[in-house]
Design a protein around this ligand. Structure first.
Ligand code: GDP
Length: 297
């Protein structure tokens, strides 16, 4: 029932990259995500700043569209990967220029390498007097991350999330990396996406933020997502606006679920409510059986 057909090359169109920011605690992941989002908010659109749906899109000066996962940290990355939702195309590794390569820096490098996801190094906090970007570059050498400034192939950009220095350069570095990756998806098929956040909203019922990976998700579509199913009642974009549809690499809030799914669950559009219900119930039973078996063991 679920459309797993391989797309034909002629049906593929380029899609924005999906970026996760990783790095050691306090090196500036959250600050960087905030700074990038704010720098990209067009005046008059200020209300959009407060909207948090777990991911957002920005447009670079050169016109490239980038989708950022707004959930810094490794837990999100690894749990989604463990659950089969390989959503990240590019990892931005943040290293504070006034600190060193720390345990979670190494962890991030290992995650990116294990996932086969290219990295871009953002050397942050260069506004600080004690910042020493070259020290960071040579420290990364010990972890087989050789940046461009040291004649390697990993792009490195000096930034300050505080002053905004280097942010445009970082975005263009990401756009360049994305171009090399030639990311593509078929927008003209039934949608598939990954849940990046979900919660039960008192006013709106279960709400899931979904990053569309294939196809186009539309209002009225019937879907299964993990053990839940639903019919898209409304789609809300990262600016808080209602939209009719969301194509590949676009994050949207989905309303109209019968229950709350989990981060990492995969959403698939199906043809009928009967199918959706049947698949969801089957998965529910499977999960119950699994729990019972685990309990009996
Ligand atoms: P995270 O734990 O990696 O998400 O780090 P945060 O974004 O929370 O930043 C940790 C601390 O570093 C906060 O106090 C930030 O204000 C500060 N910080 C982040 N980026 C910069 C920067 O570019 N320059 C300076 N001076 N401080 C920064």
């Amino acid at each position: 029932v679920i459309d797993t057909v391989e797309d034909k090359a002629e049906d593929l169109q380029s899609r924005p990259p999906i970026i996760t920011i990783m790095g050691h605690v306090d090196h500036g992941k959250t600050s960087l995500l905030d700074a990038i989002r704010k720098a990209n908010v067009v005046s008059g659109e200020a209300g959009g700043i407060t909207q948090h749906i777990g991911a957002y899109q920005v447009t670079t000066d050169s016109g490239a569209v980038l989708s950022f996962l707004d959930t810094p940290g490794h837990a999100a990355f690894t749990s989604m990967r463990a659950r089969g939702a390989n959503v990240t195309d590019i990892v931005v590794l943040v290293v504070a220029a006034d600190d060193a390569v720390m345990p979670q820096t190494v962890e991030a490098i290992n995650h990116a390498k294990a996932a086969g996801v290219p990295m871009i190094v953002a050397i942050n906090k260069v506004d600080k007097p004690e910042a020493d970007p070259d020290k960071v570059r040579s420290a990364l050498l010990h972890h087989e991350v050789i940046v461009e400034k040291l004649s390697g192939d990993v792009q490195d950009v000096e930034v300050s999330a505080k002053t905004g220095l280097g942010l445009d350069e970082l975005l263009e570095a990401i756009a360049l990396q994305a171009e090399i990756l030639e990311l593509k998806a078929n927008p003209d098929r039934s949608a598939q996406g990954a849940v990046i956040e979900a919660q039960l909203d008192i006013g709106r019922g279960p709400v899931a933020t979904v990053l569309v990976q294939h196809g186009t998700l539309r209002r009225g579509d019937i879907f299964v997502v993990g053990e839940q199913w639903g019919k898209v009642r409304a789609l809300i974009n990262d600016k808080g606006e209602r939209v009719e549809e969301a194509g590949p690499s676009v994050p949207v809030e989905v309303l109209g679920l019968n229950g709350t799914p989990e981060a990492g669950d995969v959403l698939n559009v199906v043809e009928t409510e009967a199918q959706a219900r049947e698949i969801a119930e089957f998965r529910n039973q499977q999960a119950k059986d699994k729990r019972a078996a685990a309990g009996a063991a």
